[in-house]
Design a binder for this molecule. Sequence first.
Ligand SMILES: C[S@@+](CC[C@H](N)C(=O)[O-])C[C@H]1O[C@@H](n2cnc3c(N)ncnc32)[C@H](O)[C@@H]1O
Length: 197
Amino acid sequence: MWDKRYSGETFAYGTAPNDFVRAHVAALPVGDTLSLGEGEGRNAVFLAGLGHRVTALDGSKVGLAKAQGFALKNGVEIEIIHADLADYDLEENRWDVIVSVFCHLPPALRKKVHGQIAAALRPGGCLILEAYTPRQLDFKTGGPPNAAMMMDLESLRAELGVLNLDFAQETVREIQEGTLHSGMGATVQLIARKALI
Ligand SMILES: C[S@@+](CC[C@H](N)C(=O)[O-])C[C@H]1O[C@@H](n2cnc3c(N)ncnc32)[C@H](O)[C@@H]1O
């Protein structure tokens, strides 16, 4: 499905970074950054341009090829990993930042991936996440078609375990990110940080 979605010339979610990432980028440590479900590279290229060493992981080869081309065009380097998150090990103390932007997964896989994030971050490292909440089903302006694939603050708190939430809210906002996210949308946004000691 994703390869087909990304096969055109245009960028499904645009080439500008996600609004929440752009607004909060100064809060993130600059370093080794892993973007989960990065797609066509909009957030990876933005962060690489600010000095992050970005690894873009996605299950779509077509999306990652576009991400590499987009990085080249912008004069930055990113590493790409073609993998299914179901089989990918986030490693331990490996990342300064983990990015998850609209990376909607089936509940069991989401819990497994989120359960690895605290260990995968280095001390002081951050997860930055935006995702649609179940309320998004009322807006129909993007995102998966079923509530089980959406996220909410309460379940994220539980899934992320020991991480401290520097910023966390559910909100309704105007989203103009490519043709597939267009209009008012209901999202959860958070920045979760691993303690320094
Ligand atoms: C809605 S798109 C968001 C893309 C990008 N984060 C953005 O906001 O522009 C979701 C992305 O997650 C990826 N994805 C979904 N399930 C995945 C999985 N199990 N493993 C790896 N990538 C996955 C898809 O290929 C797709 O690129």
